[in-house]
Design a protein around this ligand. Structure first.
Ligand code: GTP
Ligand code: MG
Length: 222
């Protein structure tokens, strides 16, 4: 099987203050690597990963890894609009990074209208909990997640804990949104691409009529 073949492409954006570990999360997820010394992102970096969301349905995930530093904001803002999903990342040992999450969320939501972005809130550096370095409790983070209407995952790029969960939760959420029609393919918008859009319409129609769904091939773009 050609591993570069895909039925869907989703564009995700990494958001959060500098040093919370956005690039480290991506390095862990896409290369299974962790670097104690990693360069600060300058502007925006780009990562790719493939995920099979159900047998025979491969999604190409494109990640825009933005710099958290304010001076790059004018560059990073231009990537919001063509993203279908975003990871809102804070460092659980850094109160300010948590306090700024609402601003990151509002900044993106305001700028992507009329599109919407699906978010997952990620509490990073969970390995530091055992070291007594944690300053943001799980309860506080879950409360914020409820306010924003997004799921919450704790992760550590250093140990790998929770990293796949965070990325795959978001991917499956977008995929389900596509099947239900909550996420729409739109001309001139690159958040989602489908290799065979007509097949997606068929799959949606099948899902809406369970009796016929079982008789037909359920796979989109197959
Ligand atoms: N203990 C611990 N340190 C981490 C973890 N993830 C990243 N770090 C460290 O945190 C620092 C910043 O990580 P980056 O991944 O560069 O952070 P970033 O959010 O991409 O920062 P910008 O590119 O400036 O926006 C580095 O020294 C990493 O080694 C983690 O899970 N645990
Ligand atoms: Mg970075």
């Amino acid at each position: 099987m050609d591993l570069t073949l895909w039925q869907y492409q989703f564009r995700f954006i990494m958001l959060g203050d500098s040093t919370v570990g956005k690039s480290s999360l991506l390095k862990r997820y896409t290369e299974d690597l962790f670097l104690e010394s990693i360069n600060q992102t300058v502007g925006v970096d780009f990562y790719v990963h493939f995920l099979e969301v159900e047998p025979g349905v491969r999604v190409k995930l494109q990640f825009w890894d933005t710099a958290g530093q304010e001076r790059f904001r004018s560059v990073t803002r231009s990537y919001y609009r063509n993203s279908v999903g975003g990871l809102l990342v804070f460092d659980m040992t850094n109160q300010d990074s948590f306090d700024h999450i609402k601003e990151w969320h509002a900044e993106v939501c305001d700028r992507v209208q009329p599109h919407t972005v699906l978010f997952v809130l990620v509490g990073q550096k969970s390995d530091q909990d055992a070291e007594g370095e944690r300053v943001v409790s799980r309860e506080e983070a879950e409360k914020l997640a409820r306010e924003l209407g997004v799921p919450y995952v704790e992760a550590s790029a250093r140990t790998g804990e929770g990293v796949r969960d965070a990325f795959e939760l978001l991917t499956r959420w977008v995929y389900q949104g596509l099947l239900s029609g909550e996420v729409e393919l739109q001309e001139g918008w690159d958040g989602v691409k489908c290799a065979a859009p007509y097949a997606l319409q068929l799959q949606r129609a099948n899902l809406a009529q369970p009796s016929t769904a079982s008789k037909n091939n359920k796979k989109c773009c197959a």
